[in-house]
Design a protein around this ligand. Structure first.
Ligand code: URA
Length: 277
């Protein structure tokens, strides 16, 4: 285990409020306000992350439920660097204090997946409060597609999340024309060859079949242009309506159309794990 250990000169009581979230400016390198050479006591880090009170965090440590950089910590008073050390409670990643902004929006149809549009169409910027940080969106949805998009000012996170090699799953709910039969479902599940190469979904489930339409859930870990629409075109069932309802651990849930929210700690921790940050 290599949590940052306290330097010989530091005192256990030295817990100034310097390590609070509000000290972080976006896009600044990891700041010395973490008191890097000394680290911060693990129970304090857990309390600040909202895991439990300090006392309850000590109990978690006692019970062997806390891990730092892959090793269980049972000793009290261990100091860590919450920016760099990977901390887990019961296996779930506790994200570092937020130096960046991580938002998720539910993009309505008709909104373009950009933050400014020369043609003056509604953009993602219209869905969020004006911020001083320069945000960018992770991947795109077609203008006609609704659903989840993540916005952040954390460049490496965004880059990795959009990259197929990290295999973050995305789930779409598609309303398609006509009734998908068993043969077509098998074709979709088995994978299709599109103009730009093969696509093999992780999962395809028919949620319902109506008189002239089917509702189908598709999970993929890639995001080529119009990929879901092209898959359904290939089996003769054009998409009427398409929504992205999940990105890895982030679910659309009750987020209203046009609304946004911060990623939760659990979502952020799981996404950081997924993209190996
Ligand atoms: N697949 C599509 O066809 N469109 C999107 O916006 C996203 C995935």
């Amino acid at each position: 285990m290599t949590p940052t250990t306290r330097s010989p000169g530091s005192s256990p009581g030295d817990e100034s409020p310097r390590d609070g979230d509000d000290m972080y400016d976006d896009d600044q390198p990891a700041e010395v306000n973490l008191n890097e050479t000394e680290g911060i006591r693990l129970q304090k880090v857990l309390a600040q992350a909202g895991v439990a009170s300090r006392r309850a965090s000590e109990i978690l440590i006692d019970r062997g439920r806390v891990e730092v950089n892959g090793q269980t910590v049972r000793e009290q008073g261990v100091r860590v660097d919450p920016e760099r050390d990977v901390i887990r409670v019961d296996g779930a990643r506790i994200p570092p204090p937020r130096r960046h902004v991580y938002l998720v929006v539910n993009k309505p149809r008709g909104v373009v997946s950009t933050l400014s549009d020369p043609e003056g169409r509604p953009t993602l910027a219209d869905l969020i409060e004006r911020r001083k940080e320069r945000l960018f969106h992770v991947g795109r949805l077609d203008t006609d597609t609704e659903g989840l998009i993540i916005l952040t000012n954390h460049g490496e996170f965004a880059h990795r999340l959009a990259h197929p090699s990290y295999e973050v799953e995305k789930t779409y709910l598609a309303e398609v024309e006509g009734i998908i039969d068993a043969h077509e479902l098998k074709r979709l599940r088995g994978g299709l060859v599109l103009d730009d190469g093969p696509v093999k979904p992780d999962k395809v489930t028919v949620k319902s079949r109506g008189a002239d339409k089917s509702l189908v859930e598709v999970t993929l870990h890639e995001g080529r242009n119009h990929i879901v629409r092209r898959m359904f075109d290939a089996v003769g069932h054009p998409v009427r309506r398409l929504s992205r309802i999940r990105i890895g651990p982030v679910r659309l849930g009750q987020l209203a159309q046009g609304a946004s929210r911060e990623l939760t700690s659990a979502e952020l921790g799981a996404l950081l794990d997924a993209v190996k940050l």
